[in-house]
Write a protein that binds this ligand. Sequence first.
Ligand code: SAM
Length: 289
Amino acid sequence: MLIISAEEFSLWKEKQILKGGDHQSLNLLIDLLGGLSKNEFNLLKIKSEKKLKLKINLDILESFWNKHLETCIPIQYLSGSSYWRDLKLEVSNKVLIPRTETELVIEIISERFKNKEEKITFVDLGTGSGAIGIALALAYPNWNGLATDIDKNAVEIASRNFTKNSNQSNLEFYDGNWWNALENFKGEIDLAIANPPYIPQCTYEELPLEVKNFEPKCALFGGEDGLDHIKEIIQNAPSYLKEKGLLLVENHFDQGERVKQLFLKNRFTEVNVLKDFAGIGRFTIGRYK
Ligand SMILES: C[S@@+](CC[C@H](N)C(=O)[O-])C[C@H]1O[C@@H](n2cnc3c(N)ncnc32)[C@H](O)[C@@H]1O
C-alpha cells in the first residue's frame, strides 16, 4: 500500500502521459492495478490536503505503463481484469475483452423480460469471460442459465468469474462447438444469446495491433464474409429453441440486413435489427416460429 498526496500523484501522471499513450488507458491502469478510480482521484484533487492510497507503488505501476507503451498489450490483459457493466471480470489472452457495445444486450433482454418471477432457460453461446451469462444470471435469479465456449480456458475463466461475482448457482458452464455443447437441452431453450466471432477476413487483417496481436483470433474471426459462425448458430438454433424461443445475435456493423435474412430463411419470425449507441444495426433478434 502506498500513501501519497494528490499533487505528487498528478505530477507522476503527467510524466507518464508525456511518454505516450492516452489518458483513458492510463486511468484504467491506475484503477485496475492501483485500485484508484478516476472519480476518486478527481475528488481528491478538490480536497488537495487529503492523501490517496494506491495498492502498488509508483515504480511498479510505471513499469506496467512502460510495457503497455512498448508492446501495445491491452491494459486489461496486463492487469488480468476488465470492467463490464457493474462487473469486474478476470480476463486473460484466452478471452475477448468484453466490449461496451455488448452491454446493450442486457438492456435489450431487460426490455423484453420485465417479469422477473418468470422461470426460463437461457443460453450464452461463446461466453468468453462470461460477461453476458453472468450479468443475466445475476439480474434474473429465477432463470436457469447455460454458458458455453469452444475454448476450455474460457469456460474456466467464465466459471471463476461467476463464482467471484455471485453466490448464486443458476449458471452452468459447458465446452463445445456452439449448440453441440447442449445436446441434453434440445428443444428446451427459451432464450439464446450469442456474440460470436464475426469479423470478416479483410477487416481482421486491418485490426489495430492492440486487438490483432493479443486478443484470441478464435473470438474475432468469422471467415471470409464474417458470417461463418452466425450462419451455423442460426441454422442449428431450431433444434434447441422451444417453439417461440428467442435468439439474439450480435453482428458486425454492416451485417444486420444479411443476418436478418438468415433468420427469415430459417423460419424465424418477428425479426428485428436493433441499433447500438452509435446507431449501428448491431443486434439481430428473432422468434423461432
Ligand atoms: C466475440 S467473443 C464473445 C465473448 C463474450 N461472449 C463477450 O461478449 O465478451 C466469441 C466467443 O466465442 C467463442 N467461440 C468461437 N468459436 C466457437 C465455436 N465454434 N463454438 C463455441 N464457441 C466459440 C470464442 O472462444 C469466444 O469466447
